[in-house]
Ligand binder design. Structure first.
Ligand code: ZN
Ligand code: FE
Ligand code: FE
Ligand code: ZN
Length: 261
């Protein structure tokens, strides 16, 4: 592989469900031959929203300090950036604006993890897929993706086709294509997320056909392992780069919320 190689999606123990210290993620990236990383831990959200799966607001400064310390320690060896994986959930935009304005972030991913009160990627709630019309799930999900793209809050959309995680594939695909039109129009990128290869669906987000559709619309990709432990940093990046380049896609990174590459 040539050119700079960044992993721009990884977590820290502050979210409560990741292991390994930030410096161990950075060391893993160096060992994997990466040029840089961007930490994107789960943002604080209002107290009623998904609290066990994210840092609290009073931990945000700690997060920034932890990443800055790793940045200093690895200076000259690894380009360490400061980002967030934020949730788009209607009604929480103003709260999120406060979080995004509080520090100088390099990169902000906008992810949809909930349709209403249902955590759609939580293994505990898989049974809900059987209670719903799957085409309807995807319509509702992609309407939220469009809302995220239109909100102006995010640089990229996280794990685009997430409802497929446990194997519930999109039965039609129309809503996804419409969402890609909006993402292209609004100038966002896509988180090319290799965690899907570690899940039951055994496919990265986005799927190969959606990768092609995104590339055709000029939407760039940001490589991310979505590592929740150091050993996952850079996971299957050779395969990811191949999937993107096979369809003429472009890989970018973000610094100071500006797209590079
Ligand atoms: Zn997580
Ligand atoms: Fe996520
Ligand atoms: Fe993540
Ligand atoms: Zn994620």
């Amino acid at each position: 592989m040539t050119g700079p190689l960044f992993d721009s999606h990884m977590h820290t123990p502050l979210c409560g469900h990741a292991t390994g210290s930030p410096r161990e993620y950075a060391q893993a990236a160096l060992d994997a031959g990466l040029t840089g990383i961007c930490f994107t831990d789960h943002t604080p959200m209002p107290a009623w929203y998904d609290a066990p799966w994210r840092m609290r607001l009073d931990q945000l400064t700690q997060y920034v300090e932890d990443v800055r310390a790793v940045q200093a320690e690895f200076s000259g060896r690894l380009d360490v950036r400061l980002g967030l994986e934020a949730d788009f959930h209607p009604g929480t935009e103003r709260y999120l604006e406060g979080v995004l304005g509080a520090h100088a972030w390099d990169y902000v991913i906008g992810s949809i993890h909930y349709i209403g009160a249902w955590g759609l990627d939580n293994p505990e709630f898989i049974a809900e897929y059987d209670n719903r019309d799957l085409a309807g799930v995807y319509r509702d999900y992609y309407a939220l993706v469009e809302g995220a793209a239109k909100s102006g809050l995010f640089d990229s959309i996280g794990h685009l086709d997430l409802p497929k995680k446990f194997g519930h594939r999109d039965p039609d695909g129309y809503a996804a294509l419409h969402a890609l039109d909006v993402i292209a129009e609004r100038g966002l990128s896509l988180d090319f997320n290799t965690a899907g290869w570690r899940k039951p669906v055994a496919e990265a987000y986005p799927a190969p056909d959606l990768t092609r559709q995104a590339a055709e619309r000029g939407i760039p990709f940001v490589l991310g392992s979505d590592a929740h432990k150091p050993g996952e940093v850079g996971h299957r990046f050779t395969d990811a780069i191949k999937q993107i380049h096979d369809v003429g896609g472009r890989i970018v990174t973000y610094q100071g919320r500006m797209r590079h590459g």
